[in-house]
Design a protein around this ligand. Structure first.
Ligand code: Z5A
Length: 220
């Protein structure tokens, strides 16, 4: 069930931005925020894991490197969904109910890509947790910023020390990318692939076209 068809026109839209590290999610969310604000839309930007006080504490533990012990894959999965459940309940649902558009840096597609394709956990396990945590909330639209892994890594790594995910090997990130592309091919209406390997002006021109389309659709 998407936010737009849950309770009619009064609700905002839930838009997620997905992709590997360094592909330009944060940069382009800001770009989209400005575009939408120029149209008089009430927009809020948030991120996962995180977005609320409690979810940000969980984020710290998920990204922190190193703990004294290895975090198990199941622990990682449950923490991601614990943060998400809190984020949805305390932040996303109320914002959508007020009519705001919520732009979210990563959501459950990242869980399928990282914990499913990357760590090798079963997708049906992720689907079960999703049912519990999301309470029917699904993105209206997802922009998958896609670029070869080395391009994103090159952009991200110039920023500083690697976190617990960033220390993974190349084949992990290739599986993650494959995961995102597989989600896009199974949900072509929701997920739009944006070529994030292009120069920024071209990426943003593509996004502008997609946002205009979304605005036209939501005004009809
Ligand atoms: N994770 C998970 O495992 N499971 C889950 O369910 C969720 C998350 C939700 C947190 O990620 C980690 O959590 C993530 C997966 C895991 N780990 N990894 N890897 P995050 O979102 O906080 O961190 P990130 O993915 O590493 O994002 P990032 O490094 O902040 O990158 P970004 O937001 O996609 O990119 P950016 O900051 O906008 O751009 C990076 C640089 O590139 C910057 O200098 C830009 O100016 C530049 N840039 C951007 N676009 C371009 C173009 N087109 N050309 C040239 N330069 C560009």
């Amino acid at each position: 069930m998407s936010t737009s068809n849950r309770q009619g026109d009064a609700l905002g839209k839930f838009i997620t931005f997905e992709g590997g590290e360094g592909v330009g999610k944060s940069t382009n969310i800001e770009f989209c925020r400005n575009l939408l604000q120029q149209q008089g839309i009430d927009v809020i930007v948030t991120r996962e894991p995180g977005g609320t006080e409690i979810a940000e504490i969980i984020r710290e533990e998920l990204l922190k490197k190193p703990h004294q012990e290895r975090m198990s894959n199941i622990t990682e999965l449950l923490l991601v969904f614990a943060a998400r459940a809190q984020h949805i309940e305390a932040f996303i649902k109320p914002a959508l109910a007020r009519g705001s558009w919520v732009l979210c840096d990563r959501f459950t597609d990242s869980t399928i890509a990282y914990q499913g394709f990357g760590r090798g956990l079963e997708i049906k396990l992720i689907d079960q947790l999703k049912l519990i945590a999301q309470q029917g909330i699904e993105p209206d639209k997802t922009f998958l910023l896609d670029a070869p892994v080395d391009i994103g890594m090159g952009r991200a790594r110039s920023r500083g020390p690697a976190d617990r995910f960033e220390v993974e090997q190349l084949d992990f990130f290739n599986r993650v990318r494959e995961g995102f592309l597989s989600i896009a091919s199974s949900s072509p209406e929701r997920v739009e692939i944006v070529d994030a390997g292009l120069v920024l002006s071209e990426v943003q021109s593509d996004l502008q076209t997609a946002i205009n389309l979304l605005l036209n659709v939501s005004n009809t």
